[in-house]
Design a protein around this ligand. Structure first.
Ligand SMILES: [Zn+2]
Length: 447
């Protein structure tokens, strides 16, 4: 989501994490210290690690895993069957974000155990203080037992108290709840490993993040052929928008299917530069919107720095090196119940050529995927008023190319609701695959 930020929040002091690799070098004597440091590094933000594990028999809550985020306030253990267990929880905030003057949060992901057949009454007590409280009404929590199939749980939001609540009686001992079906860092590693072994794919590690994660780029196609158009697709500058990496999963797997005629034709005309996850630190930490230093990466494209936003610094430098004829930046929107494109009408370089390309792309996408629509989304920037710190605006202006932000819903597509799952990993994957038809339509005209 990229509209202006709402209210100001209390500032969090941020102490930059020691890179995890250093911690392990210093403390590799025992597995126990390894595990302890693993936990510390996730929460080393100048504050005590949250009490997010309620121990003992009965109902337990835990989020100490990849992409996890929750804090336990208290849990009332029901003493008799038929009585609800009341779980009061809080979402842990991202580090303070200077550009947005806020400590973002809305992303949550945690596991409840000891819950089979027990009625849980779960309250997120600080939901109303989150980044986009206007987005909570109508939201339904995502849940899973097997970490594969995610379904929705009826959820309510009380505007007066700012509490998000749901009641659920799990069918199994362990259940996971999340803001959206996660695409954790380990899953990202699997995606990279799967793709890099396919013909025509080169993996380039662009640099390391502040937490010491690798920033991966997949190059697909013949980069030596200078006539080929340079297609860039990046995702997850905002790590809590996990549907964006499900989208990339679908796009990449179709692009690497050499039986697919659209992919074959595309790769005859273009080279793809794909960054499936721009923010591995935020993904691993369970952030909504920022990297390890609290940077909103989608506000860093005018002056990225190695100290604050190395992810953008590395990708922008690589774009300068190889060129860019097309950019799609993939996101999720907390509030709006549509898939939509945010265009570049406000950049100084906007002209009839760029307008023609954007219109041509949108028309092709409309024909390709009924999940895409126009007419509902963000307002159009007035001429010359675009924020050039935002990725798609910066890239469109810098390379005078077709560039846009693509948003998917956290809730569902308003006119095509799916009652069990809402907008889902499965639909994000297919939406990602469908974008290739629309790219194919514009490729000949990109330069
Ligand atoms: Zn976003």
């Amino acid at each position: 989501m990229d509209p202006p930020q709402p209210s100001k929040k209390s500032k969090w002091q941020y102490l930059r994490c020691t890179p995890r690799s250093t911690l392990f070098e210093l403390n590799n004597e025992s597995q126990r210290s390894h595990v302890l440091l693993h936990a510390v590094s996730k929460w080393a933000k100048g504050e005590a690690a949250p009490t997010n594990l309620a121990k003992g028999r009965g109902i337990n809550v835990n989020s100490h895993f990849d992409s996890g985020n929750i804090e336990v306030v208290d849990i009332s253990q029901a003493q008799a069957r038929g009585v609800s267990h009341e779980l009061n929880l809080r979402i842990h905030a991202d580090p303070y974000c200077e550009s947005d003057d806020v400590s973002h949060f809305m992303w949550f992901y945690f596991r409840v155990t000891g819950a089979k057949g027990e009625e849980l009454h779960i309250n997120i007590t600080n939901a109303g203080e989150g980044s986009f409280p206007v987005a909570w009404p109508g939201y339904q929590t995502c849940a899973t037992y097997d970490r594969k199939f995610w379904f929705r749980v009826p959820t309510t939001y009380d505007k007066d108290t700012g509490v998000l609540s749901w009641k659920h009686t799990p069918a199994h001992d362990a259940v996971r709840y999340a803001y959206f079906a996660p695409y954790p860092y380990e899953q990202h590693q699997t995606l990279i490993a799967d793709c890099q072994s396919k013909p025509g794919v080169t993996l380039e590690m662009l640099g390391q993040t502040l937490d010491g994660h690798d920033l991966d780029l997949l190059r697909i196609g013949d980069a030596d052929d200078k006539d080929k158009k340079k297609i860039w697709v990046i995702a997850r500058q905002h790590p809590g928008e996990s549907m964006a990496e499900w989208f990339m999963d679908g796009m990449l797997k179709r692009l690497l299917d050499h039986h697919d005629p659209v992919s074959r034709k595309l790769l005859q005309q273009a080279v793809f530069y794909v960054v499936p996850n721009m923010n591995p630190d935020g993904t691993w930490r369970g952030h909504l919107r920022t990297n390890a230093a609290g940077a909103n990466l989608n506000r860093e494209w005018d002056t990225p720095t190695l100290e604050h936003s190395p992810e953008v610094y590395y990708v922008r430098n690589h774009m300068d090196l190889v060129g860019c004829d097309f950019l799609a930046d993939i996101h999720g929107d907390e509030e709006i119940e549509y898939n939509f494109l945010a265009g570049n009408e406000g950049i100084p370089a906007w002209d009839d050529r760029l307008k023609g390309l954007q219109d041509e792309f949108c028309q092709a996408f409309l024909h390709t995927s009924p999940d895409f629509q126009m007419g509902n989304g963000y307002g159009v920037d007035p001429p010359g008023q675009a924020n050039l710190a935002i990725c798609s605006s910066a890239v469109g202006q810098r390379y005078n190319c077709l560039a846009f932000t693509l948003e998917m819903p956290f809730k569902d597509v308003h006119y095509a609701r799916e009652p069990v799952q809402g907008w889902s990993p499965e639909r994000s994957v297919r939406f990602g695959a469908a974008i290739l038809n629309a790219i194919l339509a514009v490729v000949p005209d990109l330069r």
